[in-house]
Design a protein around this ligand. Structure first.
Ligand code: TXA
Ligand code: MG
Length: 319
């Protein structure tokens, strides 16, 4: 149970340089006061993440944008108005409040207002910014429950707040508005189509940039088992071919697949938003069963399907 006492303790810990796990609607975050350099360094240390990979600063509301961003273009305001609180991160030119520790020394800062009641309450009580990457070790699958965090990071964090399973299930969509035309740096929990509708123009996905986006490393989001991608129509054939090689095969996909009876299936529905919501939990469960290979069915490439396909492709990348 999340009592007011526990929320107060979380805020107090953040004020004193603590590091806590915070539920958000996308994934759980590993949170520190963004203005406390030592606490931010501890986040990097717990994650095992290179110090040059910048963190997202979570703020209580869009009215705080100009404290962190020295330029806030109209398009940023329009997106914030339409989608905050929610699974959208804006990259903007930073003010000095966004320190080098958080931004990796870049001239920009990534900002988000999370849409989860627990995160929002902690942020508004703190009244400041919270730097929070996903609460997993670097390169592993992101956590969508408090239990995932507990298992990955356990006693390394000062407190794990349990806000229930994340409802979006994949990380926020990152939109770069720091210079020139807007671009999507990471497809995520907000569909590209929705961003384009509000901006009234096409917004290209630009995942490889000079900016260090750790989500764009090829083998990010990696389970231990190998991952093989399949369009729904080819999944069964893939499974049979891999089993013929003597491999232990599990499947991530919808109930509609007609699989051999002895093949273990982990339910990832074909509907993209549903698939996004359960993807990381199913990847973890499947990975715990000791399969050699997981055959992952791809959802349609629209809406949140783009983010799901992106994460699955990274999970399948050679490492
Ligand atoms: O949904 C989310 O965004 C979750 C929750 C906890 O809010 N957070 C998250 O954080 O996914 P993390 O650190 O795992 O991913 C943040 C991404 C990284 O790929 C990072 O490189 C990118 O944001 N990023 C941060 N600051 C940036 C900047 N100034 N320019 C470009 N990319 C930036
Ligand atoms: Mg992450």
């Amino acid at each position: 149970m999340l009592t007011p006492d526990l929320l107060d303790r979380a805020v107090e810990l953040l004020r004193r340089g603590g590091v806590i796990a915070l539920p958000t609607e996308t994934v759980y975050g590993l949170a520190a006061n963004a203005e406390d350099e030592l606490a931010v360094r501890r986040v990097f240390a717990i994650k095992g993440r290179p110090a040059t990979h910048p963190l997202i600063v979570h703020i209580p509301g869009a009215e705080h944008l100009s404290e962190w961003a020295r330029v806030v273009p109209d398009e940023a305001r329009a997106l914030a108005k339409a989608f905050w609180p929610g699974p959208l991160t804006l990259v903007l030119p930073r003010t000095s409040r966004a320190t080098d520790a958080v931004t990796g020394g870049q001239d920009t800062v990534a900002l988000r207002v999370p849409g989860h009641s627990v995160a929002m309450e902690v942020l508004s009580k703190l009244g400041g910014g919270v730097a929070a990457p996903s609460a997993n070790r670097f390169g592993r699958v992101s956590p969508t429950t408090a239990e995932h965090v507990q298992r990955d990071l356990g006693s390394d964090v000062d407190l794990v707040l349990d806000g229930g399973p994340s409802t979006v299930g994949v990380e926020s969509t990152i939109v770069d508005l720091s210079s020139g035309a807007p671009a999507i740096l990471r497809p995520g929990g907000l569909a590209t189509e929705d961003v384009e509708r509000v901006l009234g123009r096409a917004v290209p996905v630009r995942t490889s940039t000079t900016v260090r986006v750790s989500g764009s490393l090829e083998s990010h989001y990696a389970p231990r088992a190998g991952v093989v991608l399949a369009e729904p129509g080819e999944a069964v054939q893939r499974v049979e071919a891999l089993r013929a090689q003597g491999l232990r095969v599990g499947v991530l996909g919808p109930a509609s697949l007609s699989l051999p009876k002895d093949v273990q299936r982990f339910d990832v529905p074909g509907e993209p938003a549903e698939a996004a919501r359960v993807l990381y939990a199913r990847l973890r469960e499947a990975d715990e069963q000791g399969h050699d290979v997981l055959v992952a069915c791809l959802p349609a490439a629209s809406g949140l399907g783009i983010a799901v396909r992106d994460r699955l492709s990274r999970a399948a990348a050679p490492r």
